[in-house]
Design a protein around this ligand. Sequence first.
Ligand code: PLP
Length: 407
Amino acid sequence: MSDHDPLADCRPETLAIRAGLNRSQNAETSEALYMNSGFVFDSAEQADAAFTGDIDRYLYGRYANPTVTMLEQRLCALEGAEVCRATSSGMAAIFAAMACCLESGDRVVAGATLFGSSLHILGKILPKWGVHVDLVPPADLDAWEKALSTPAKVVFVETPTNPTLDIVDLKALSTLAHKAGAKVIVDNVVATPVLQRPLDLGCDVVVYSTTKHLDGQGRTLGGAVLCDKAFDKDHLQQFLRHTGPCMSPFNAWVVVKGLETLSLRVREMSRSAQILAERLEALPNVTRVAYPGLASHPSHAVAKEQMLEGLFGSVLSVEVAGGRPAAFAFLNALEIVDLSNNLGDTKSLSCHPTTTTHRVLTPEARAAAGITEGLVRISVGLEHVDDLWRDLERAAQAAGSTLRQAA
Ligand SMILES: Cc1ncc(COP(=O)(O)O)c(C=O)c1O
C-alpha cells in the first residue's frame, strides 16, 4: 500500500476541510459524531493489551474519542504541531498547559495584560502552590529581557492581547525565554491559526479557546493545547487523562465543522475590523482605538511582521471620552451589535471590559494595562460592514451626548 499523503503539500484552507477526516465503514461525507463514553473489547486479553499500551485503540472517552481525534488532527495540521489535545474550555487548556509542567518553587513570567481568568490562575491559584509569578508589560522587550535574566520554567503570553490589543514580539521573546530555560506558551485566541503561527516563530505551546473563532458561531465551549511529542509525553497527556477536562464529542463535532469555514470568516471579519477601526479613529469623541492594523498602534510594525496575510484580526477596542457613563451609553445605543462578553462570533459583539471580562483585576492593574473606564471592546462579525458602521457611529454619538449633558 502506498504511503502517499494527498494532503502533504496542501494549504490551510484545504487542511481545514480535509485533515483528520476518518470515515467509518459507512463512508459518510461529513465527519461522524461518535457520541459514546466507552468502547467494547473483543476479549479480556485485548483489554489487557490495550491498557498496557501494547495495542493502540480507543479505551475510554476521557482519554480519547474518534470525533475529538478528528478535531485534534485537523488543528495539528493547521497549526503545524505534532500533538493536539482538546479540552472542555479555553481556560481548561490554559490551566492544563501551565499546571502540567510546573511544580512548587518554579517561576512563571507572564504578560501583564491577559484575559481575566488567566490572570486569576497566575495571581491566585499558582502562588498558593508555591509557584512564583512575575508579570511584564507585554510589548516591552527590555522588561522581558530583565525578567528573563533569571531562570524561569514557563513564559505565558497573549498576542494580540484581549482587550487592549498589545503585541508581543514572539520571535524575540522565544529567544529570551529559551535562554532562561522556559517553555513559551501562547494564547493565540485573538489572532487564530489563520493569522498567526506561534510555533513557526519559535514558541513551544499554543492554546486556544475553541469557543471563539474556531467554533465561530457561538454554540460550544471548548479549548485546545498544541505542542510537540516530548511536551505531551513528559507532561500533558497524563495530566489531562487523570484530571479529566476532556472535550465532549458533540462539541468537537461542532468545532470540526466550524474549522471548515474558519479562514473565510476570519479574513472577512478582519477586513471589516480594519475598516471600522480606521473610521472610529476619526470620530471626535473617540480618544483611542486599539487595533494592530492601524499605523497609530505602537507595535504596528511587529504585528505586520508576525501576523499573516496583512490582516490583524477581528477584535478592536475603542476608548470614548467621558469614562464609564459614556462607555455605557455607547453600549446601550447599539442596535445591531450585541452586548456580550464572548468574541470571535459571526455576530458582532461588544462589552465593557472593566465591568465584565477584566473585573477580577485591581483598578491599579487595569490602569497599568490601559483598560480604562471608557474602553469598549468590539468583536467584529460577518454582518455587512456598512451596517456595522451605522450602528457604531450612532453609538459613538450617544457616548458624545453624555459629555454635552455633563458640561
Ligand atoms: C484570550 C482568551 N483566552 C482564553 C479565554 C477563555 O476561554 P473559555 O471561555 O473557552 O474558557 C478567553 C475568553 O473567554 C479569551 O478571550
